[in-house]
Design a protein around this ligand. Structure first.
Ligand code: PLP
Ligand code: 3DJ
Length: 409
């Protein structure tokens, strides 16, 4: 295995780090939960607040094209998803976008009432489905969940929609979108993919894979900042026949006609509801510029490389033998993160943060490391695993200060 220094020397993305603000002395292995700040994001935040809002006031809707931002940002995200023009829009949160899409997809598939999902999917995907079921009644919407290895056999003709997250938030297991979509379509099932842990770190080909619908978030690998708006993909083929239930004025075909009757826009804008959050959407727009001159295949290759390097060092260190890998090592089956099980995962994570290595904990016993390759080096990984080794060898994590539970983990 080449050394960390050798791997860094041939890394085609090594210069990207300069486009981020990273607190000195911090190794950030949590970009899969909240990406760090691109310098362009800070600059844009200043410009939007001090110039566009403070000085140009309401004229900015036209002068600075605020009104077009949901589409502009959607079009910037589209190439990362393998989506042609007019199919991606930036708006709301994943939760809200799922509500809109699931309701629309159920109507597209009359005579079937079931949403099939995975038991350990991210909870919001399940909660939104449960909420929709309460609203529409069980006879019109019923959530069915199964274990990962039972999904294929559950794809029956009673299922209207298959709702899956490509990369599992805990284990990092990655579904084969193309294959699952094909299997679902063969049974007349529409698919909704949650790309929260994929967009910006995995190469995606939504058009080529004939995906119907997808959602994803702006604040993880896309580095759009805390609470950055999400995105939604709806394949062009469906856009003419959809009815999404949050019929707000921004989704109207002519919002500034102020008609009293709702007429949905015939294109992707039909998924807009209310006024876009201009401050955070502008920041996401600027953050996306980081991707303008790099290939997503290079991003994926380096993300896998960093994770492999991490996993190898953990496997070779006797002091780390109590960490149990809970992610697949096969490249075809994993996203941009690795999960390890340990009875003291929470406290180890807190001790690591105190040592300048930020990872996160997922209940009940998972220590999760994200490998976002735009600002991480192989030398960072070498330092992170050495600090992890020290914490486990000295049992530093047993100190009471590392065992106090925080509200947000
Ligand atoms: C897979 C997945 N889906 C959805 C969400 C939540 O999305 P939002 O907060 O935008 O509704 C998250 C994380 O927050 C997630 O990991
Ligand atoms: N959205 C988050 C938040 O508002 C606070 C803390 C964490 C998050 C997350 O994004 C969690 C993330 N989806 C996860 O995979 O765990």
């Amino acid at each position: 295995m080449p050394s960390a220094e050798e791997l860094d020397a041939t890394d085609p993305l090594r210069a990207k780090r300069q486009q981020f603000h990273l607190p000195p002395g911090t190794i950030y292995l949590d970009g899969n939960s909240l990406g760090p700040m691109p310098l362009a994001a800070r600059e844009r935040a200043r410009e939007v607040v001090e110039q566009q809002w403070a000085a140009d006031l309401i004229t900015s809707w036209n002068q600075h094209a605020w009104i077009d931002l949901p589409e502009t940002v959607g079009e910037k995200i589209a190439p990362l998803l393998g989506a042609g023009p007019g199919q991606v829009i930036c708006c709301d949160s994943i939760s809200v976008n799922l509500f809109k899409l699931l309701a629309a997809a159920l109507r597209l598939n009359p005579g079937r009432n079931r949403i099939l999902s995975q038991q350990d999917n991210f909870p919001t995907d399940l909660y939104v489905s449960q909420g929709l079921s309460q609203l529409l009644g069980h006879e019109n919407c019923e959530l069915v969940t199964v274990a990962k290895n039972e999904i294929e056999s559950a794809l029956g003709e009673d299922i209207a929609v298959l709702l899956l997250t490509q990369v599992n938030f805990r284990s990092g297991y990655a579904h084969d979108i193309q294959r699952m979509t094909e299997l679902a379509h063969a049974k007349g099932i529409l698919v909704v993919w949650d790309l929260a842990h994929s967009a910006g770190v995995m190469p995606l080909e939504l058009d080529r894979w004939n995906v119907d619908f997808a959602v994803g978030c702006g604040y993880k690998y896309l580095n759009g900042g805390p609470g950055a708006p999400a995105f939604l993909y709806a394949a062009k083929t469906h856009q003419g026949e959809l009815h999404q239930p949050i019929a707000g004025w921004m989704g109207h075909q002519n919002p500034f006609a102020f008609d009293s009757e709702y007429q949905a826009s015939g294109d992707i804008k039909q998924f807009l509801a209310g006024t876009p959050p201009i401050l955070s959407m502008s920041v996401l727009d600027a953050a996306l510029s980081v991707y303008s001159d790099i290939a997503i295949d290079d991003v994926r290759e380096k993300s896998l490389g960093l994770a492999d390097f991490f996993a190898l060092r953990v496997a070779q260190a006797p002091e780390l033998s109590s960490l149990k890998l809970a992610s697949p090592l096969d490249h075809d089956q994993r996203g941009g993160q690795l999960a390890y099980e340990h009875d003291h995962a929470y406290a180890i994570c807190q001790a690591l943060i105190a040592e300048g290595v930020i990872a996160d904990f997922r209940s009940p016993n998972i220590l999760r490391f994200g490998f976002s390759p735009l600002y991480l080096s192989y030398q960072d990984i070498a330092v992170a695993t050495a600090r992890l080794g020290k914490i486990l060898a000295t049992e530093q994590f047993l100190q009471p200060e590392f065992n106090r539970k925080n509200k947000v983990t």
